[in-house]
Write a protein that binds this ligand. Structure first.
Ligand code: ZN
Ligand code: ZN
Length: 210
């Protein structure tokens, strides 16, 4: 099993939000290989490469659950520090094995290394989702702006480039320009504290109205 480290893990470990149920096993960017399946599970088999993200369970009946927006369900339970169907506390991916409901498990394609795939289950989906909502997956050639080049930002740059867009990274750190352009393939880099650069940025980014 592989598991990414999300900043949320650190908040939970330190009980920053006052909701941690100790003992806690963090980790919600998980990939692994299936070693056992329940008798009613049809979409997965032994040996399948799979991923598990932030969600362990939800009500499955509300408007959100029925529209693939389980993350908005008010009975949502998370991969760790949540309450599973059987009433037990959920434990996350910093572990040698994990029990998950098949409805919250995804297949990992063969051409995607398991270690690189793990962070896509939280950091990746977080930046993928707005791109999908803005129809950026099927309409290349847009001008995409990405604010911040951290754990999420660098994934966003790679995805936006892969979907064929012109990418501008906006950062407070001038030292990240090389990484943005050379390593990740961004087209432009703006330092957000530089008013002049930001003015130029207006022409580098498309704005959407919701
Ligand atoms: Zn996360
Ligand atoms: Zn629901």
């Amino acid at each position: 099993m592989y598991c990414g480290i999300c900043h949320t893990d650190l908040h939970h470990v330190k009980d920053d939000w006052g909701i941690t149920m100790y003992p806690i096993v963090p980790g919600h960017e998980i990939t692994g290989v299936i070693t056992k399946v329940g008798s009613n599970v049809k979409n997965f088999k032994l040996g399948d490469r799979v991923g598990v993200g932030c969600l362990a369970a939800s009500c499955l009946e509300c408007e959100f659950c029925k529209n693939s927006q389980e993350n908005y369900c008010d009975q949502i339970q998370f991969t760790y520090n949540g309450i599973f169907w059987d009433g037990t506390i959920t434990y996350g991916g910093y572990s040698e094995m994990l029990v998950a409901d098949h409805r919250y498990v995804v297949h990992v394609p063969d051409n995607l290394p398991m270690d690189a795939a793990a962070p896509l289950l939280c950091a990746g989906i977080t930046v993928f989702s707005p791109m999908k909502d803005c129809q950026l997956l099927e309409s290349p050639g847009k001008k995409v702006g990405i604010v911040g080049l951290g754990g999420l930002g660098h994934v966003a740059v790679k995805m936006a480039k892969a979907f064929g867009h012109q990418v501008t990274v906006i950062s407070t750190s001038p030292s990240k320009e090389n990484e943005a352009k050379q390593r990740l393939g961004a087209d432009y880099f703006l330092v957000s504290t530089d008013a002049k650069q930001m003015q130029v940025g207006n022409s580098l980014i498309c704005f959407f109205e919701e």
